[in-house]
Design a protein around this ligand. Structure first.
Ligand code: NDP
Length: 479
């Protein structure tokens, strides 16, 4: 059985204990993964600490060159890594062409783009004040050592979102992937670390207890966390003990509101993939869909038609568009929410029943007849099921969208962009998309409000999030 190890200080490091990682489509054991020991977590942090001053002292252009080499290596290994993502995470290989479902190949494309862009975004020194007496410059300095903890839904892309901006700004990194997607992650980290000086990128692996060891220490200068709210709360509490700043990218319960001037046929595909990209296991996916009475039936029908045309199966097989849910716990959450919806008057339009056989397969499921207060509407399903909720007055839909504790994304769909904008401006979320959903971009800041977290990633603001402001204040010679 192949064993996957960590990289610490540029060397491959095995651990005395390992755990198995499984293919969620077949149940097949894919290999064994090192469980980092407490002393290995410390070694990783020490290696990052030793490497950091020299890495930060490099000219920005040299760090950029290193990171562009990382982008090249991701490109050269895209097929190899995409196959691991499909085997371990479950999303279909897919592709990028017309009619292709954005799957593992899309994730690898995203990794490359989200490396090239933050590697090269200009970040000049800002002159924040100047008069006859003084000149004040704002510089950006690295935090030092960044601990990153990533989830299993987009395991490689989200890790890249954490790693690359941090490195660009002169930090060094220790990252722990989710235990459910450790093999694909460690494979990518190994390839990246080979392009960097020893100690600049280090990895540890294991379950949440290893994650806890990584953050519960004064040896970390900033924590980047992407995952669920409950885990985020635990990490924030631990980090607070050490006064370690954090960026928290947490769960969402994104509402999409369709306005009554929308064209159901025109928006159906956008709504569908806004909800079901990666089998709905996407932080900023549509998780509640509010539609006006007048369009309810037409939208339900259009979404149902798309759902039923998509083959579900092992994502390595050609033509498969829908893969399994990634793990048993998530499969159980989705199954429970669908059962609860049915018990409380929800009508299953399509899907609703897991097929027999191996794998955590659950079909694309549309549920009507629910209201706010039903669990499937109020809780994050993070899976291939969407409640479609009728509304009578737009004021009600806005109030419904805003009653969630989460505030990651939201969207408004309609024929008149100005009318859509007026509604969008009243929604509470980090991003409100209009006639699209979840369309993140490496130049556009992304982050949550309310209980979806704090801090943003991407673009100039993302680089600022992994660096600290430092002011150089000059007195002018005449004074
Ligand atoms: P979890 O919170 O369960 O896990 C996230 C990471 O934290 C994993 O690496 C996990 O390790 C680790 N972890 C668990 N316990 C601890 C601990 N006590 N201390 C430190 N680390 C710990 O989230 P999921 O992986 O289940 O991801 C799904 C959630 O993430 C959803 O709510 C989703 O909305 C959210 N998400 C948010 C995004 C955003 O940008 N806002 C993007 C993507 C997902 P292990 O898995 O090994 O237990």
């Amino acid at each position: 059985m192949v064993e996957f190890h960590n990289v610490i200080d540029g060397r491959s490091v095995a651990s005395p204990d390992t755990f198995a990682s499984f293919n969620p489509a077949t149940g097949e054991c894919l290999g064994r993964v090192a469980i980092s020991t407490p002393s290995q977590v410390q070694q990783a942090l020490s290696a990052a600490r030793r490497a950091q001053p020299a890495w930060a002292a490099l000219p920005d252009a040299t760090r950029q060159d290193h990171l562009l080499r990382v982008a090249d290596i991701l490109n050269a290994n895209a097929d190899h890594l995409a196959e691991w993502v499909t085997k371990e995470q479950g999303k279909p290989l897919g592709g990028l062409g017309t009619g292709q479902v954005p799957g593992a190949r899309f994730e690898l494309w995203g990794c490359e783009v989200w490396t090239r862009v933050p590697a090269t975004i200009p970040l000049p020194v800002e002159v924040v004040f100047e008069d006859d007496t003084r000149r004040d410059e704002l510089h950006r300095k690295p935090y030092g050592v960044i601990a990153a903890i990533s989830p299993w839904n987009w395991p490689l892309m989200i890790a890249i979102w954490q790693i690359i901006p941090a490195l660009r700004m002169g930090n060094t990194v220790v990252i722990k992937p989710s235990e459910f997607t450790s093999i694909c992650s460690l494979e990518m980290f190994r390839l990246i670390a080979e392009q960097l000086p020893p100690g600049v990128l280090n990895t540890v692996s294991g379950d949440g207890t290893v994650g806890q060891l990584l953050v519960d220490t004064p040896a970390v200068d900033k924590v980047m966390f992407t995952g669920s709210g409950p885990t985020g709360a635990k990490i924030a509490a631990v980090a607070a003990r050490h006064l370690t700043p954090t960026t928290m990218e947490l769960g969402g319960n994104d509402a999409a509101i369709v306005l009554d001037d929308a064209n159901p046929q025109q928006i159906a595909a956008g709504l569908f993939w806004g909800a079901f990209l990666n089998m709905g296991q996407t932080c900023a996916a549509i998780k509640r869909l509010y539609v006006p009475d007048s369009l309810h039936d037409a939208i339900v029908e259009a979404l149902g038609e798309i759902a039923q045309a998509l083959p579900m199966g092992n994502g390595l097989d050609p033509g498969i568009c829908v893969g399994p849910i990634q793990n048993r716990k998530q499969f159980q959450i989705v199954s429970d929410l669908v059962e609860d919806a049915q018990r409380h008057g929800g009508r299953i339009v399509c899907g609703g029943q897991a097929p027999s056989g191996p794998g955590y397969f659950f079909p694309i499921t549309l549920v009507t007849g629910l209201r706010d207060g039903h669990r499937l509407v109020d809780e994050e399903q993070f899976g291939p099921v969407l409640p479609i909720v009728r509304y009578h007055q737009i004021e009600d839909a806005i109030a419904s969208a805003n009653r969630a504790e989460a505030g990651l994304g939201a969207s408004v769909w309609g024929g008149d962009p100005e009318r859509a904008r007026q509604v969008a401006m009243r929604l509470q979320a980090g991003t409100i998309w209009i006639n699209q959903h979840g369309m993140v971009h490496p130049m556009v800041p992304f982050g949550g409000t309310k209980r979806s977290g704090w801090g943003v990633e991407f673009g100039v603001d993302g680089l600022k999030g992994v660096s600290q402001a430092q002011v150089l204040s000059f007195a002018k010679a005449s004074h």
